[in-house]
Every structure is written in structure tokens, then in C-alpha cells.
Design a protein around this ligand. Structure first.
Ligand code: PA5
Ligand code: NI
Length: 187
């Protein structure tokens, strides 16, 4: 090509990874997820350094109006009968939304509003998920391979994990060989 242009970062669809290697990477291990899975004994039986998910982020500007782009790679597996999942969060700036895009693997996106009403969207390669403002979100890997999803969100959004200290209103488990969603009664 003979016009001035540059090569942007890319996603390798087969591996679900960014092609650029100089991003920011964070691994979340089983030991980091205290209180996230309901079966505490099953959680304690898993070595603390077992990786559950990995996030890679592009280096991009921060500030009002700027966007972050990241890919989450969530391992397949279960703690007891509950599928591996991300911690999940509201945005600190509640009005800020986010878009998720399925890259590889299969699972569920758990969404929950501030009134505690939860719903699930199926995530698979190519699925597009619009997460509105005021909506908490968590990825759940119900498949047998790594679930990778690309996310785009405002850099000012921030993460609020504390607001969900008691967890989401739905848990996704395997029961009788089937994937089931169970409502949680908070006491
Ligand atoms: O911005 C997002 O919603 C994602 O990049 C998540 O931060 C990522 O999936 C990890 O999940 P959590 O932040 O809930 O640990
Ligand atoms: Ni988010």
C-alpha cells in the first residue's frame, strides 16, 4: 500500500490472543478468589496458585472519553460443581457500559442490575454482548476449552468489586451432567 498508514494491533482468532506482545497482563489464581465459589471446601482443595483467568490489555490512553481494550482468557474447570468464572463487578462509575465479544470457547455472561435481577447470555465465537450501564457482569466457562472474550470499556469506568461481596443472584453449576442455573437466596 502506498498511502501513509500504520498497522493496528490485532486479534489472532484461533488463539483468541492479541498479536502484539507488549500489553499489560494479569493472572487471577484460585487463591485470589476467596469467597467467590460457594463450596469453600472444594475451593480450598485446589492449589492456591492454579490459574483461573488471565487478562491481557492493550496500552491505550486514559481519561474521560478514552477506551480500554482487553481480552479475558478463562480456563475450563469447576470448583465442586460450580463452573470457573471471573470475580465479576459493577463499574465504579455505574452509568458506564461495556461491550464483550466472544472469541473462542463457550460459556455464559452473567448480568445483574442494581435491583439484584440477574440474567444470562450465551457466549460463543462471534457473539456480541452489550452490557448497559448500572449492570454487573461476570464470565462463566461452561465448556471444555478456554473461553476468550474481548472487552471494550471506558477507561474512567473503574471496577467496584465490593458492591458484590455477597455474590450474584445466580450460580451456574453442573448437575446430573447438565448445565444448570441456581437461584441464590441471600439471608
Ligand atoms: O472490564 C471487564 O469487564 C473485563 O476486562 C474484566 O475485568 C475481566 O474479565 C476480569 O474480570 P474481573 O474484573 O471481574 O475480575
Ligand atoms: Ni467491566
Amino acid at each position: 500500500m502506498n498511502i501513509p498508514s500504520s498497522m493496528p494491533p490485532g486479534v489472532a482468532f484461533l488463539s483468541g490472543q492479541f498479536t502484539a506482545e507488549n500489553g499489560i497482563k494479569k493472572i487471577t489464581r484460585c487463591g485470589d478468589l476467596s469467597g467467590v465459589f460457594y463450596d469453600r471446601a472444594a475451593w480450598q482443595a485446589i492449589p492456591v496458585d492454579t490459574p483461573v483467568y488471565r487478562v491481557e490489555m492493550l496500552r491505550s490512553p486514559q481519561g474521560e472519553g478514552e477506551l480500554f481494550v482487553g481480552i479475558t482468557h478463562l480456563q475450563p474447570g469447576r470448583v465442586g460443581d460450580e463452573f470457573y468464572m471471573t470475580r465479576g463487578h459493577f463499574h465504579q462509575r455505574r452509568e458506564q457500559g461495556e461491550v464483550y465479544f466472544g472469541l473462542r470457547g463457550t460459556g455464559l455472561l452473567l448480568l445483574q442490575n442494581e435491583q439484584g435481577v440477574a440474567r444470562l447470555e450465551q457466549i460463543s465465537p462471534g457473539s456480541v454482548h452489550i452490557i448497559p450501564g448500572f449492570t454487573a457482569h461476570r464470565l462463566i466457562n461452561t465448556g471444555s476449552e478456554v473461553l476468550s472474550a474481548l472487552a471494550v470499556w471506558p477507561s474512567v469506568a473503574g471496577h467496584d468489586y465490593a458492591a458484590l461481596a455477597h455474590g450474584f443472584a445466580l450460580r451456574v453449576i453442573e448437575q446430573d451432567g447438565k448445565i444448570q442455573a441456581k437461584e441464590v437466596q441471600h439471608g
